[in-house]
Ligand binder design. Structure first.
Ligand SMILES: N[C@@H](CCC(=O)N[C@@H](CS)C(=O)NCC(=O)O)C(=O)O
Length: 194
């Protein structure tokens, strides 16, 4: 497998899941602002979307969109539930993290107006409180063990920490729990963030 990533971007979730899985993979760094691959060629020749993550697989071709990439990894490796109620709980979290959390960061990272940035911060504060409520005191999002949904939430909360957006104490503790995992430490180091 080949994972196309940008350091610290949402693709870090897939990078952590791959590190956790024990699978063979190659991580290829993309310049997402210039849309360039390491050899200087255009990343849009890999995917016209021009954004990460993208996962090149043997059996399912090129997979794009974080929830699809993470669901593929959960289906093929022991990094998330691949059946039953927990599978749908995981997919629900991937949707929530992608649409309710991840997307709020767009104005914060990509030159939004001051009004848009303030609105995003306020929305995120509410969604973080909701996340804590939905977790009901559990250590991990689904089924009492780490899954790809946690890998994705960890990445998004890491962005908030980098932007000095306060997290509820429960989510600070959650981040610390994630950072104890060897897979998280390895992926961060591989992306030059360790
Ligand atoms: N809908 C996509 C969004 C992915 C996304 O926002 N990727 C960001 C990094 S976190 C990116 O590559 N941005 C570059 C761009 O949009 O040009 C997904 O869920 O995978």
């Amino acid at each position: 497998m080949k994972l196309y990533y940008s350091p610290g971007a949402c693709s870090l979730a897939a990078h952590i899941a791959l590190a956790e899985s024990g699978a063979d993979y190659e991580a290829i760094k993309v310049d997402i602002r210039k849309k360039l691959l390491p050899d200087g060629s255009d990343y849009r020749s890999v995917t016209p979307k021009g954004y990460v993550p993208a996962l090149a697989t043997d059996d399912a071709g090129l997979i794009t969109e974080a929830p699809a990439v993470l669901s593929y990894l959960a289906d093929h490796y022991d990094v998330g539930p691949s059946e039953g109620a927990d599978k749908y709980a995981m997919i629900g979290w991937l949707g929530f993290i992608g649409t309710e959390l991840h997307k709020q960061f767009v104005p914060l990272f990509w030159n939004g107006s001051e009004e848009a940035k303030q609105a995003a911060r306020e929305k995120l504060a509410g969604q973080f409180a909701l996340t804590v409520e939905l977790m009901e005191g559990a250590d991990w999002l689904v089924g009492g063990k780490l899954s790809v949904a946690d890998n994705y939430l960890f990445v998004v909360l890491r962005w908030a920490q980098g932007l000095k957006i306060d997290l509820p104490a429960e989510l600070d503790a959650y981040q610390a729990r994630n950072l104890e995992r060897a897979s998280v430490q390895q992926a961060l180091a591989d992306e030059g963030l360790g």
